[in-house]
Design a protein around this ligand. Structure first.
Ligand code: RP5
Length: 181
């Protein structure tokens, strides 16, 4: 399956990745995941659905996701972060949990609630903090790339760009050191 060829009857790309968040207050962080997916040109859905405030909606979204053509779900939540878990309970699609920092415990609660899933209901939890949304999006893309050669090529190019950036940083520091007395 190629991500670019996957289109609906109305020629609108069918979303392959669902981005869910527990509250619109999560959006300033979560939008970085959307930006990464946009950069790769992969169609996605964004919804605010809460494990606690709209539990039935969250469950039915997950239960219907596979039939709608979605292939990976990203779930962002803070505090007692149960969104990724409740989605994973209702689908066999891979679910990536994105803990959101904030509140009295500064995200440690969200990290532990997201990562500590019981046996049988896995959630792949990414970094707490600013790297989280980008990593969640990249992990979702890597899952799709298993069946998409072009996406795989672009992910390899992205890694190569990171290598170049590190090499440039190293060269800069070496030059600075050489200039020191
Ligand atoms: C969680 O509670 C949300 O994911 C959010 O991170 C946190 C606070 O939500 P609001 O009170 O800002 O709506 O469910």
């Amino acid at each position: 399956m190629s991500t670019s060829a996957h289109v609906s009857s109305a020629d609108k790309p069918v979303p392959l990745i669902g981005i869910l968040m527990g509250s619109d207050s999560d959006w300033p962080l979560v939008q970085k995941a959307a930006a990464t997916l946009k950069r790769f040109g992969v169609a996605f859905d964004v919804r605010v659905l809460s494990a606690h405030r709209t539990p039935e909606l969250a469950a039915s979204y997950a239960a219907e996701a596979e039939a709608r053509g979605l292939r990976v779900l990203i779930a962002a939540a803070g505090g007692a972060a149960h969104l990724a878990g409740i989605l994973a309970a209702h689908t066999t699609l891979p679910v990536i949990g994105l803990p959101v920092a904030g509140g009295a415990l500064n995200g440690i609660d969200a990290l532990l609630a997201t990562v500590q899933m019981p046996a049988g209901i896995p959630v792949a939890t990414v970094t707490l903090g600013s790297a989280g949304p980008q990593n969640a999006a990249l992990l979702a893309l890597q899952i799709l790339a298993l069946h998409d050669v072009e996406l795989r090529r672009r992910l390899h190019a992205e890694k190569e760009a990171l290598r170049r950036k590190v090499a440039e940083g190293d060269a800069k520091i070496q030059a600075e050191l050489a200039g020191m007395a």
